[in-house]
Design a protein around this ligand. Structure first.
Ligand code: AHR
Length: 645
């Protein structure tokens, strides 16, 4: 078998944003995941529509110390903001050493000694003394409160006294620095006099967050994503964008502004989303990691499988509501790109980002059935976007599958409407990926560009095997070859919290303190680290039919390096005669990275340690050599300064 790289031939440009990530709040990816909030149900908005056993006090306990007594109630008549309708009413009947509430976070709250944690809550005094007053009750007396971090054995790791005073909702803050590390802490807030408090937005955030932003992201998880070197990030979902029914879609406007004013929502994956991680935080994260933001809005229809209308199929927004919906989409563009003195640009500036975010892409729809309802609403949105924002690349949809009726009709519709880019999704077997390496070689170069918005190789038992990772690696070589037409590609899903996973396989697993990247993550990272801006003619020849071998070569004009990628999906090593034609004078050595192992069935799903890791070595180089590609492997050969023209 031979692999010929024609270094002298004209190279074909690759989309600079080819490899990116797709973030969806699925598997507790946002709350309990990337969003650094440590308390669960901080705004008392959990309810039984999300999970049958949930209610406003879920994940909270009533705390009564040293003979103290009291009770919890739910308030809704005087909320901190109409978008945040419920709050907790704490009544202290007998203060003891304090009566209040405790929260154990998402599974538990891990604390690190010496690190700073910012506690905050909103509160007002409902009454003092006895509820209905009476002799000796001084209604003007403030309520003293303690916020505290406690170890599992009840010992106090840090505490701060505060005084709640008055009838106006007020934000109170305290800084807590635990005296020792504790894997299973709890947060406690107790009041010390007979009386009552209204409490909402009770929060505990680590000071140490990614890039130090307020209301920020969990540092280790954000860094693990950044390490992929993603050139774009699609958010906030997939199915999540649709929500659970036609009027329950993810409304980007609910996700911006002060966190206590955001409208928390049932997550269509069966839990709660605070929207604390909202559009501002998504855009800011994109900027921090050098990724183009790719928000997705609905096409004015709900998912054909929407949870609130099972069996009813897709429903569309009433046409009378479409102008307002389209205005929301236009407002998003102004919020992202408008000047700081425009109405929506001013809101971005008020959040701390006066400069435009530079939005270039906008997804409209996700895996929608291509029905008359869909077509009508998509066209209404698309026509306005084309007229008002020709600079925005609109990404349409081609249904849920890589073939079939919706796919065919979706593409016909895209051609008819001249949509700039189409989102294709495929969750298929490793074999399917190997059999589809030429899929994009046949695409019309004059037609719409492609965004492979969601893909993953799926074993029948949905494990993250080496076999799946290599099938994806092979596929990525075909995307590099077709980097003129495939502009964006992202594996899905990205994140999964152990024990809170609705979908497998995923790229990155995590718990409260640790990250467990999958073998599939390694492939994504290796491709991100070895991306190029042009594809160099690469030909595999004399490969026996059916042999799982794939290759591509890219040129990285930043470094001047030539990067050859070779994937061997066979269970045996494959000798490949490699020829670097027309390369001119080559360096004596190259950097070689090899990732793989003898057993394609090894897996590291859901938290097991990586069983195979990339090995880097310096190897001798010549223009013609034979390389024994190991069984089940991805090999990267990086040749410094050999990129050619
Ligand atoms: O990635 C998980 C889900 O798969 C997405 O939400 C949806 O678009 C697809 O069906």
């Amino acid at each position: 078998m031979t692999l010929t790289v024609d270094v002298g031939a004209p190279a074909q440009p690759i989309s600079p944003e080819l490899f990116g990530v797709f973030f969806e709040d699925l598997n507790y990816a946002a709350d309990g995941g990337l969003y650094a909030e440590l308390l669960q149900n901080r705004s008392f908005e959990y309810n039984a529509t999300e999970q049958a056993s949930w209610g406003p006090f879920s994940f909270w306990d009533l705390v009564k110390t040293d003979g103290g007594d009291g009770q919890l109630g739910l308030g809704d008549s005087r909320p901190v903001h109409p978008n945040n309708p419920h709050y907790l009413l704490l009544t202290v009947l007998t203060p003891g050493a304090g009566v209040g509430i405790a929260n154990r976070g998402f599974d538990r709250i891990p604390l690190e000694a010496g690190k700073t944690y910012d506690a905050s809550f909103w509160a007002y005094q409902t009454f003092m003394g006895k509820k209905w007053g009476g002799p000796g009750t001084d209604q003007k007396q403030p309520m003293s409160v303690t916020v505290r971090l406690e170890a599992k054995d009840g010992s106090v790791l840090a505490e701060a006294p505060l005084t709640v005073s008055g009838r106006a909702w007020t934000k109170y803050t305290a800084t807590l620095t635990p005296s020792r590390s504790e894997p299973e802490a709890r947060f406690v807030l107790v009041a010390h006099q007979q009386g009552g408090l209204a409490l909402d937005m009770v929060s505990l955030m680590p000071r140490d967050m990614f890039k130090g932003h307020a209301n920020g992201l969990r540092r280790d998880l954000a860094q693990t994503i950044a390490d992929l070197h993603p050139r774009f990030m699609r958010f906030p979902g997939g199915c999540l964008v649709h929500g659970t029914g036609i009027h329950a879609y993810y409304d980007w406007k609910d996700s911006i502004g002060p966190v206590e004013q955001r409208q928390a929502q049932r997550n269509s994956w069966g839990y709660h989303q605070t929207l604390g991680l909202g559009y501002f935080e998504y855009f800011q994260f994109c900027e921090d990691i050098g990724a183009a933001p790719v928000p997705v809005v609905t096409a004015g229809v709900c998912c054909q499988h929407a949870g609130d209308s099972p069996g009813r199929g897709q429903e569309g927004l009433p046409l009378a509501e479409m102008p307002a919906y389209i205005q929301d989409v236009l407002d998003l563009i102004e919020w992202a790109n408008g000047p700081a003195d425009s109405p929506w640009g001013a809101r971005r500036a008020a959040a701390g980002h006066p400069a435009p975010f530079g939005l270039k892409y906008l997804g409209v729809g996700n895996e929608d059935a291509i029905t008359p309802e869909f077509r009508e609403r998509f066209k209404l949105i698309h026509d306005v976007l084309r007229a008002r924002h020709p600079e925005i690349v609109v990404i349409g949809t081609s249904g849920p599958f890589p073939d079939g009726t919706d796919f065919v009709q979706g593409w016909e519709f895209v051609r008819q409407e001249k949509v700039a880019m189409v989102d294709e999704h495929y969750y298929r077997s490793p074999q399917w990926f190997w059999e589809n390496l030429t899929r994009y070689d046949r695409y019309d170069r004059a037609g719409a560009k492609v965004y492979v918005g969601e893909y993953a190789a799926h074993e029948s038992d949905r494990r993250n095997t080496l076999r799946t990772a290599l099938a994806e690696a092979a596929f990525l070589t075909s995307l590099e070859r077709n980097g003129d037409i495939v502009q964006l590609a992202s594996y899905a899903p990205l994140l999964a919290r152990r024990q809170h996973t609705q979908w497998t396989p995923d790229m990155i697993y995590f718990n409260d303190t640790a990250i467990f990247p999958s073998l599939n993550y390694t492939v994504q990272k290796v491709f991100g680290e070895n991306r190029g801006d042009a594809w160099v003619s690469t030909t595999l020849a004399t490969v026996p039919p059916g042999t799982k071998l794939a290759a591509s070569t890219v040129r990285d004009s930043r470094s001047g390096d030539l990067i050859v990628k070779l994937v061997n999906g066979e269970a045996a090593a494959q000798p490949v005669a490699i020829r670097l034609a027309g390369a001119g004078k080559l360096p004596a050595t190259a950097q070689r990275t090899v990732f793989g192992g003898p057993d394609a069935d090894v897996a590291n799903s859901d938290g097991t340690s990586p069983v195979v890791a990339p090995r880097d070595e310096t190897v001798p180089l010549s223009a013609d050599f034979t390389y024994e590609a190991p069984a089940n492997s991805l090999t990267i050969l990086r040749v410094a300064g050999a990129a050619g023209k």
